[in-house]
Design a protein around this ligand. Sequence first.
Ligand SMILES: Nc1nc2c(c(=O)[nH]1)N[C@H]1C(S)=C(S)[C@@H](COP(=O)(O)OP(=O)(O)OC[C@H]3O[C@@H](n4cnc5c(=O)[nH]c(N)nc54)[C@H](O)[C@@H]3O)O[C@H]1N2
Ligand SMILES: Nc1nc2c(c(=O)[nH]1)N[C@H]1C(S)=C(S)[C@@H](COP(=O)(O)OP(=O)(O)OC[C@H]3O[C@@H](n4cnc5c(=O)[nH]c(N)nc54)[C@H](O)[C@@H]3O)O[C@H]1N2
Ligand code: SF4
Ligand SMILES: [Mo]
Length: 730
Amino acid sequence: MKTQVRTYCGLCHPRCGLVFDIENGKAVGVRGDKDHPVTKGLVCARSRLMLEHLYHPDRINYPLKRKGARGSGQWEQISWEQALDEAAEKLDALRSRYGAETLAFTHGTSRTYHWDERRFNNLFGTPNICGANNICMCPSQAVEYATYGGFTWGDMRHAQCVVIWGYAPSKSNFPDWAGLKQAQKNGVKIIVVDPRRIPEADIADIWLPIRPGTDVALMLGWLKIIIDEGLYDTDFVERWTVGFADLKKVVAAYTPEKVAAITWLDTEQIVASARLYANTKPATLTWGFGTDKQGINATQTARARAILRAVTGNLDIQGGEPLGWVEPVGKIISEAELEKTEAISAEQRAKQLGADRYPFFGYPGWERNLENNRKLPPDYMHPSMAGISCIAHAHSVFEAMLSDKPYPVRAAISLASNPLLSLPNPRRTYEALKSLDLYIVNEYYMTPSAALADYVFPSCSTVETTQLWHSADFCVACPRGVEPLFERRNSYDFWRGLGIRLGQEKDWPWQTVEEVWDHCLAPVGLTFAQLVEQNGIFGKREYRRYEQYGFGTPSGKVELRSRIFEELGAEPLPVYREMPHSPTGSPELYKQYPLILITGSRFMPMYHSEQRQLPSARRRHPDPIVTLHPQTAQEMEMVEGEWIRIATPQGSICMRLKTSDRLDPRMVDMDHGWWFPERQEALPELFGVFEANANVLCPDSPEFCSPEIGSWPHSALLCRVEKIATQAQQ
Ligand SMILES: Nc1nc2c(c(=O)[nH]1)N[C@H]1C(S)=C(S)[C@@H](COP(=O)(O)OP(=O)(O)OC[C@H]3O[C@@H](n4cnc5c(=O)[nH]c(N)nc54)[C@H](O)[C@@H]3O)O[C@H]1N2
Ligand SMILES: Nc1nc2c(c(=O)[nH]1)N[C@H]1C(S)=C(S)[C@@H](COP(=O)(O)OP(=O)(O)OC[C@H]3O[C@@H](n4cnc5c(=O)[nH]c(N)nc54)[C@H](O)[C@@H]3O)O[C@H]1N2
Ligand code: SF4
Ligand SMILES: [Mo]
């Protein structure tokens, strides 16, 4: 007999509602949950992979301990008790010898709870959590806190104008893509800023095919037009901002002609798009990873975007850029409160690697943001100041593993993160991880990173555990679909298990993660089970709350000129910098590497380095793909389907060629996250991790990173393409 169970997906960020058909205790069918209060039955193609993933024969089902040399692919199955005991004992010994900062943690992106990992690391005493947060969304969050004291995700549902800037939700965020298509049907104006003619550009009123890495120049150009033509919200600017006169000065040089020369756009497009954005109210200008992944310009692009939202009067209005949490969602105990940020001492904070070079994204910047934020009522703003924008710089962490400078980093834990695939310079990451005394990985599958570990712990899938999921406007319960299979456990059990063996007993009072959810919901008088029954909590949003509270910044106003940036030695007003490797930044190098490379444009059904072992996913996207314009391919005598080599000054890899007139002939676009689970695990093969890994081509040394946050580039690099056959003949 079949029964139905409500559960949730979690194979990417949104946590869409699912329904399982269960037969003899096994999930045999999966579909969208029509009764889910947010996603209402809509799911993307990836969700259909859930059962294949849940029952996959390659899943890690028991704790594994390394036998033989590191990376030799030989493992012994041991019990959770033994694995936790041994891991904790070794961590304790390393802490005694070198100090807690000797442990690094590499984080992933919204697959697990995150607060539990930060709670453990704070209690352990290490400030060295590192990973993609330097480049993914968190820089925007930190910058927006410094600029207007909160982070905003645009209200596309009520906007009259939507600017999709470096964002491709058709491949990366299924609910937003559905929302954008609906907006277009409703007659909403759409502007797309993207070097590629993505499906969003096909439904746009204006598409700006920008040269990668130059977005901040376009934003400064928009600001100049908006200021010169008086299209800004004069009342808001006068009453609620500081630094307008300075802003006016810095944008003065960015005439449409100058911006056109920098960006490859034409002046009419630049002027028309600035006017359309400023004249159509309300408007929302999206966050996009295309602007976060451009290295030296990433931080100032986020600043300029925040400033555009503010001066056009779109902050905290319906259909614009809402700020703050709503009642009663803001009362629920949040991630930030579960993290125990106060547990780590000032002395340990001061040891955070990379924070000397990038203080804004380390404790100094985070503490300043927090201090200003605390001026606002807690239900409104406190819950969002989690530690995600306070991390060590991965470059410094891996260098410390290799050099013992400024101190030895001898241990690392990776959970829901595959650093060899996600971070730049994977050969250095490999050498660094290989050199450790202790490397612990918590995973679904044996990945290239996990293959280098001493202990691998088996993780349960989202559908085997529960989650409390909230945005600023709602909170929903994510219920378990099936009991955990084999000995898979959720991340909470892992961290708690380690924590209680390392003197943290009193700080992990809840035996299960469901008890934590009950604790979080207590202020709104609910338990997790009741929230499941009630089908979510939804708040009612009020707007322009700054009129009552001000903004959570040093001046209480929107800081067009940022005092926090200034205090930390960063440019307080947005600036444009030419990429160090670019047609005009390095003309000599450009002769050898005459194409502009962007990497990691999202594609379905894969999510970063995942799904490569799922037959249905590989049938749909069997090989790593590099895309060239047909004209460029023809000039190089390359044909669709052949394997070609792509090289930057950093390294070279091979991928299969696809041609498309949706990108500029001067550009190259490539997949990221590629490794080959079907290949040998044992070294030297390591699942072919260096062969088609886009990050072999990406640098992370300081000259390529944004000086404010240390954001490294995954886009806007110089490269060349070569025929593999020609090379072999040489
Ligand atoms: N299918 C799939 N979906 C995902 C993910 C995944 O791996 N796979 N990952 C998730 C994660 S963690 C994230 S952060 C989001 C990211 O989601 P998106 O923000 O949509 O990120 P991307 O697809 O990397 O880049 C968006 C667009 O930026 C453009 N771009 C590249 N360089 C530049 C530039 O210099 N300027 C401008 N204006 N545009 C540029 C690319 O052409 C691309 O169309 O996706 C999430 N969703
Ligand atoms: N070249 C290039 N590199 C990029 C990007 C790009 O656009 N171009 N994008 C960057 C961005 S935005 C991001 S966010 C990062 C993402 O970087 P990561 O978050 O490190 O992503 P993955 O490489 O997919 O590694 C995630 C691992 O976690 C495992 N996993 C998934 N769910 C769970 C779980 O519930 N529990 C446990 N224990 N493990 C789980 C998966 O099997 C996988 O091996 O990559 C970045 N790297
Ligand atoms: S993979 Fe698809 S269904 Fe699953 S959470 Fe992401 S968007 Fe939703
Ligand atoms: Mo990301």
